[in-house]
Design a protein around this ligand. Structure first.
Ligand code: AQP
Length: 342
């Protein structure tokens, strides 16, 4: 059975990259897959978080999921900390993953920066918890942005090593040749890596100190217009072929954003706008961005007015997630050889 899992961290400033690279695609998966979408609050505390802000941001990511069109009745929407099996399986995976594997993770290197001795152990073990998030549901597909590719490869390595190390026990317990699936990353579409509006070589990110580097999901129409107008570009008009974007990262980024918002391809955008000056193209981009994002922002604001409703959605999703996760975790305990009450 094909099952989609993905998550978003409640670390504030949910932006257009999170929307186009992840949330908008989560919505599209609902037709053809059973989907589990998680607000990964335990990942968020791998770096310091103010408790009151964290609580609000967990509700805000949930509101973004619902406002974008995820149906929490047909699928599962919940926050990670309400399902203890994620942490339980992560511990087993900490004992499967090798130090050498984690040492290669570029996200840890980026986030820990120069002061690595002071980074949390949680930040280092982040990929192992992420593997547990996915595999505790034995999910087969994970829609993510390009930046998560390396973590998804590690998830497959962990699954494979678990399957190999306990192969005999897996077979003895009637699970056949492999217990965990080798999950497929789904990194697709024109906006798998949305770049900063100020610097075409950096990804759009929640933690960029410049608010002008990103379009936040909660920005109003005037703010979106101002940010797009100020976005860095070059002096040339838009090319008419995508090849002409190769050496022009800022232009390439704006065309990709336009294409993703319109559910079309960069080729098609250039068929319509090739030869245009940026002033004109940016005006069209503002129109499209405001038209597509305003309804989501309005609905997020409405939902945030009723935190009790959001918490109830998360409680319901968590109960359903726990029921699924506990089946996997019981099996893992049997495979590993732990004693448990039956
Ligand atoms: N710029 C991006 N373009 C496309 N997809 C992106 N994603 C993040 N940035 C971009 C995707 O959004 C999902 C949720 O991301 P996350 O919140 O779990 O973590 P993140 O990648 O750490 O997000 P940020 O915004 O980049 O935060 P900071 O500044 O803390 O590093 C993921 O599927 C991710 O791929």
């Amino acid at each position: 059975k094909e099952l989609v899992f993905s998550g978003v961290q409640p670390t504030g400033n949910l932006h257009l990259g999170n929307y186009l690279g992840a949330i908008k695609r989560f919505v599209a998966m609902q037709e053809n897959y059973d989907c589990i979408y998680c607000v990964v609050d335990m990942h968020a505390i791998t770096v310091p978080q103010n408790p009151a802000d964290l609580t609000r941001q967990i509700r805000e990511v949930t509101a973004a999921f619902l406002a974008a069109g995820i149906d929490p009745k047909r699928h599962i929407v919940f926050n990670q900390s309400q399902v203890p099996q994620h942490a339980e399986l992560a511990w087993v995976f900490n004992c499967v993953a090798r130090l050498g594997w984690l040492n290669r993770m570029t996200q840890f290197k980026d986030k820990a920066g120069k002061d690595r001795e002071n980074a949390s152990v949680g930040l280092y073990a982040y990929p192992s918890l992420m593997a547990a998030d996915i595999l505790v549901y034995r999910a087969t597909h994970v829609p993510v942005g390009e930046d998560q590719k390396q973590h998804l490869e590690l998830t497959r390595d962990i699954a494979q090593k678990f399957n190999n190390d306990w192969a005999e026990s897996i077979a003895a317990h009637g699970f056949g040749e492999a217990f965990f699936p080798l999950t497929e990353p789904m990194i697709q579409g024109p906006a798998t890596r949305v770049m900063s509006l100020r610097d075409g070589s950096k990804k759009m990110s929640k933690s960029d100190p410049s608010d002008y580097s990103r379009i936040n999901l909660t920005d109003d129409a005037d703010t979106i217009a101002q940010k797009v107008r100020k976005a860095k570009t070059d002096p040339e008009p838009l090319p008419s072929e995508v090849e002409g974007l190769k050496t022009r990262p800022e232009a390439e980024n704006l065309v990709a954003i336009y294409a993703a918002l319109m559910d079309t391809t960069p080729e098609e955008v250039l068929r319509q706008h090739g030869g245009a000056q940026f002033s004109g193209f940016k005006a069209s981009l503002v129109d499209v961005a405001v038209t597509k994002l305003s309804p989501v922002a309005d609905e997020m604001r409405r939902l945030m007015g009723d935190p009790g409703h959001i918490d109830a959605v998360l409680a319901d999703g968590s109960a359903r997630a726990r029921a699924l996760a506990s089946v996997t975790m019981d099996a893992v305990k049997d495979i590993v050889g732990f004693v448990r009450a039956r």
